[in-house]
Ligand binder design. Structure first.
Ligand code: J2J
Length: 537
């Protein structure tokens, strides 16, 4: 059985194969190509895995899951933090042809429900250490709501649970890897989203493997690379740009950190002689602050490359990186939907500090459209439009949204406003999509607005971004209430609904009415201006 998704047209697929982008190899090849290597692949805390151990652990788990009836074409909902099991599980599922959604550890009931209802998982893998799974209050009804759910496997399991650790240790027995075909869905990536329900992005083996190999080439990762993964491991950026998958492909070492704080990361960098890592801009600010406080960057002596992406990096902050951290900066402008842009390691300072790089593939087609969808003259700012060998052709089961997100020629409109320099470098100028980028964490305004509208005291609501010196943006909810509502009440209400913490409005303003545009939509631009004015006062 295969999972249905929006395929690339045949002529494109043929071209991508001809050019060697699509190799018709499963993503499991990233690991199996090093199956006999004794080199260390992964370190998490005191735990250390060689490539051979990682390969065997994931095969044992795949075999154990197969014995429990999991098979190619099934889907899984997985929620694990930055722990070794994240990769063991991912490779095991790929070996079985089971396509997972890897939810972030910060996700709660709302997010997991939204993913589960879309994929109807046969398998759930989660962690008892997560608040949602500390009791069975969420698990029990979940099993009832999703009859498709046949197996629940838990990390930090209790006596009656099916234990992830036990399955990984189970004697392997007969097992022949049977991944899904390379041009079928390997797994689902999470969209930052701008709509009411979080959207899923089907990624095939072919397209994802190409994006990884090409990233490895651009970033010069190899067996000497020692990469610190301090962002959520499931996120597209630390997974594939080149991320942990890129490091595994190249035969290097991945060291996991639970979060990107300087307190945690600096000692890890020193201890493991880390050469490369990936951060979002707010983490860079905190690292620079820590260096100033500690009076030295000595712990970071081995670090050669710092990638920064996920949100806008100011030129001022960019320029401080080589000067104060003492390593090379690479800007990364990517998206879980596909397209990834990098500044080149050999670029001059202007390009590295002031642009978001160039599309990594020669066959990435990128152009800038006006509001009507017509091409704009070179250098002008407008909508980023793209298609290519690793950019998806449609969100999972979302025909209506896809009709808006793509043009007639299959170009995806990311909702970013960009300009392109004469030499082909992209500069992100802003955003058209109704999203808040909270230091790299994306919040779909509509999702939170819909939930708030269910509150008995709320008549109208608009969630907008407001500037923040550390995070870049925070969220503010403008509320028209039937009665006065307090911020604590709203936040508690959202928490009780089971919304991830980063999506809770940072500020709440109660107003008598919301300003409207001439066509009668809420004028969010005006609300943002009001906020900016109130912040400078
Ligand atoms: C401004 N905005 C940026 C940047 C992403 C590599 C790196 C990042 C992501 C990612 C990723 C930006 N400057 N440098 O998947 O593989 C904003 C844009 C974009 C959205 C995508 C990768 N880098 N952005 O951030 O799917 O608005 O992917 O459309 O989470 O983040 O978000 P996401």
């Amino acid at each position: 059985m295969t999972i249905s998704y929006s395929r690339w047209p045949d002529d494109f697929a043929a071209r991508y194969r001809e050019k060697g982008y699509w190799l018709d190899l499963p993503l499991t090849d990233i690991l199996t190509r090093h199956a006999n290597s004794a080199a260390t692949a992964l370190i998490e805390g005191d735990r250390k895995y060689s490539y051979q151990q990682l390969e065997r652990a994931s095969t044992r788990l795949a075999a154990a899951l197969q014995r429990r009836g999991l098979k190619c074409g099934d889907t899984a909902l997985v929620q694990l933090g930055n722990v070794a099991e994240f990769y063991i599980v991912l490779f095991a599922l790929l070996k079985l042809g089971v396509a997972p959604v890897n939810a972030l550890f910060s996700h709660q009931r709302q997010e997991l429900d939204a993913y589960a209802s879309q994929i109807e998982p046969a398998l759930l893998i989660a962690d008892r250490q997560h608040a949602l799974f500390a009791t069975d209050d969420y698990l029990q009804p979940l099993r009832q709501r999703y009859p498709s759910l046949r197996e629940v496997v838990l990390r930090n399991a209790r006596e009656d649970d099916t234990s992830l650790a036990a399955l990984i240790d189970e004697a392997q027995g007969e097992f022949v890897a049977a991944p899904s075909a390379a041009d079928e869905v390997a797994f689902f990536q999470l969209s930052g989203g701008s709509t009411g329900t979080p959207k899923l992005i089907p990624r095939t083996h072919n397209d994802y493997y190409y994006s990884i190999r090409r990233s490895v080439e651009v970033c010069c990762f190899n067996e000497k690379t020692r990469y610190l993964c301090a962002l959520p491991a499931a996120h597209n950026y630390p997974l594939s740009s080149p991320g942990a998958f890129g490091v595994f492909y190249g035969g290097g070492l991945v060291v996991l950190a639970g979060d990107p704080s300087a307190n945690l990361c600096f000692p890890l960098i020193e201890k493991h002689q880390i050469t490369a890592t990936a951060l979002v801009p707010p983490a860079v600010s905190l690292w620079l602050q820590a260096i100033q406080e500690w009076g030295s960057n000595r712990a970071l002596g081995s670090l050669q490359l710092l990638q920064v992406g996920g949100a806008r990096l100011s030129e001022a902050l960019a320029a401080r990186i080589p000067a104060e951290i003492g390593c090379r900066l690479q800007q990364v402008f990517g998206m879980a939907e596909g397209l990834v842009n990098y500044t080149q390691l050999t670029d001059d300072e202007w390009h590295i500090f002031s642009t978001q790089g160039t599309p990594m593939s020669p066959d990435d087609e990128v152009w800038v459209a006006d509001e009507q969808g017509n091409p704009l003259p070179q250098g002008e700012t407008g909508r980023l439009m793209t298609r290519g060998p690793y950019t998806f052709r449609g969100y999972y089961r979302s025909p209506e949204h896809n009709a808006q997100a793509f043009d007639a020629n299959g170009f995806y409109c990311s909702g970013d406003l960009v300009s392109i320099t004469p030499d082909g470098y992209i500069c992100v100028q802003g955003r058209e999509k109704d999203q808040i980028n909270r230091g790299g964490e994306k919040i779909a305004a509509e999702e939170i607005e819909n939930l708030l509208l269910r509150h008995e005291a709320i008549l109208h609501v608009a969630l907008v971004s407001m500037e923040d010196s550390l995070l870049g943006e925070k969220s503010c909810a403008f509320i028209v209430g039937k009665r006065p509502v307090r911020a604590v009440e709203i936040r508690r209400y959202l928490r009780e609904l089971g919304v991830a913490d980063y999506k809770l409005p940072d500020r709440i303003e109660t107003v008598d009415e919301l300003p409207l545009t001439p066509v009668g939509k809420v004028d969010k631009k005006r609300l943002r201006q009001q906020l900016a004015a109130s912040q400078t006062n």
